[in-house]
Design a protein around this ligand. Sequence first.
Ligand code: COA
Length: 251
Amino acid sequence: MPYYQFLGKKIFYKFKNNNSNRLLVFIHGSGGTSDVWDEQLTISDEIDVAAVDLPSHGKSDTFQNLNLNLYVDAIHSLIEELRHHEVILAGHSLGGAIIQEFYFKYPDKVNKLILIGTGGRLRVLPAIFENLKNNFQEFLNSLPAGAFYHKTSSSIIKGYLEKISDVDPNVIYQDFKICDNFDRLQDVESIKIPCLIVCGKADKLTPVKYSTYFDEKIERSKLVVIEKAGHMVMLEKPGELNRVITEFIHK
Ligand code: COA
């Protein structure tokens, strides 16, 4: 799997090359990696698909200060590197903030957005910061109740927890700080490109209300609420997520 250069450092991404001039890029949320998109990488053989490890995440190099602009420009560099005619950005949670910000900064470089379990404002519970600073085990213990539907299989939750428990708590802390400071609620209605909005019905971290808000404000939007899923909808209901994304990208 390839790397690209960004600010003199290496950024890792997974790439499914289908020799298309269209590109779909998946961007993970706080403390995540491209691994959360493994079920989406082969979503279609009619479009090239990439999933990135953001700076300081997964196999990408470490950066000193993490901020929204850094993440946006890391995605911009990937798009410049790959040179497709059409670009669709899909972002989950923090990744959703990144793709909104990308649109506001580079409106001509993106054709469609897929906003998954995210919002135009992403305030974070103080207890999350407290645990990330002082008690990482307690952060991990309380994560399943917030991030997953209560009947999601324990093997899915276990797999996710194993991966996030290896991440530097300070990186997750900085990601959540970026979320907490993100507020584009007033600008959402200026998004003029087609947007697919997807949310798990039982999402507690970014409640359905946030997605409904997008749907009401964005002119060319389609909202899909997925039953029996929480915040980690791409792990909990990959088949349903892939179906709605496939429909949207081929429209
Ligand atoms: N879209 C639409 N409405 C939103 C919104 C969004 N993205 N974000 C906030 N709002 C609404 C809230 O529903 C609330 O409306 P209300 O007053 O009618 O109830 C209002 O804006 C203010 O909410 P908020 O800015 O979140 O501040 P708060 O002090 O009420 O709540 C938290 C702060 C942290 C308790 C709350 O945001 C929360 O429970 N967040 C979810 C849990 C979490 O930590 N998520 C992590 C996200 S990465």
